[in-house]
Design a protein. Structure first.
Length: 279
């Protein structure tokens, strides 16, 4: 899940509930269609023998901890050092892989905890709650700060339960690796393709690429659980699938941030980063 979002200016106009339902159904259908097409594309890419990539996913030099350097090696550029500091403290993107070392079940549980309280998760919940507040979605929550607080709490709970089911429970049971293996200085097109594929494809504990059942199943279980505390009028199957589609789209957007996080820091400080092509 990554910091990106789009605020929409909503003109306050009274619509009857039946009109809202008619408006929501085409949007839901379009979202489900996009998710099915992307899933089919990802599975086809997984079924084929992929050509040798030009940019190697995994872990990139920008994601390497500084204590692995040789004693006489120069200090990393400031943006890379800051990136490593944030990563080591697990407050931004705790799931970016540093190495290919196998994770134990306990380490996957720790990753679930770190992901649930990371800056990325909190920011997504804050932005998503603001958009929902402007759009009066879900309609069962009130307006004002009370409504925003309920939306924010519900979003945080959904993300935490999705991390529990996906990052810890299913990943441990299916022996999948829930970390994100970033590419080294990808082009924009490569980053887009890779970010979408990583929603449907992931590594297992042995380093082989498999269908990302834990990434697909975790959010679905979380949205089913969310109906326990979601407003009564917003617990329909359509609402649940719509939220699930948004979860997958948000994951793809978050993957783009994970890909470009070191690059953005380098551009801000105008400092050259690690050279591409080195693992």
């Amino acid at each position: 899940m990554s910091i990106c979002g789009e605020f929409r200016t909503v003109t306050k106009m009274p619509f009857p509930k039946s009109s809202r339902r008619r408006f929501g159904q085409p949007r839901l259908g379009a979202l489900i269609l996009i998710a099915v097409i992307a899933c089919n594309s990802g599975l086809r890419a997984f079924a084929q023998d992929p050509p040798k990539p030009q940019t190697q996913p995994s872990p990139s030099p920008a994601a390497q901890p500084p204590d692995g350097q040789a004693p006489n090696a120069p200090a990393p550029p400031m943006p890379v050092a800051l990136y490593n500091l944030l990563q080591n403290k697990s407050i931004v993107f705790p799931d970016i892989a540093y190495s290919t070392e196998r994770l134990s079940a306990g380490q996957k549980f720790q990753l679930f905890v770190d992901n649930s309280v990371s800056v990325d998760s909190v920011a997504w919940a804050a932005i998503g709650s603001a958009v929902g507040q402007a759009d009066d979605s879900p309609t069962g929550f009130p307006q004002g700060w009370d409504g925003y607080g309920k939306r924010f709490g519900a979003d945080m709970a959904r993300q935490a339960s999705g991390e529990f089911f996906g990052t810890f429970l299913m990943a441990s049971a299916l022996h999948e690796d829930p970390r994100f293996y970033a590419e080294i200085h990808p082009t924009f097109g490569q980053a887009m393709k890779y970010s979408v594929q990583r929603v449907f494809i992931m590594r297992n504990d042995d380093g082989r690429e498999v269908v990302a059942w834990s990434r697909l199943g975790g959010p679905l279980l979380a949205e089913g659980l969310a109906n326990v505390y979601w407003p009564d009028r917003n617990r329909t199957v359509g609402d649940t699938l719509f939220r699930y589609g948004l979860d997958l789209a948000s994951r793809a957007g978050g993957n783009m941030l994970r890909e470009y996080w070191p690059v953005l820091l380098q551009k801000i400080s105008h400092t050259p980063g690690p050279r591409a092509g080195h693992n």
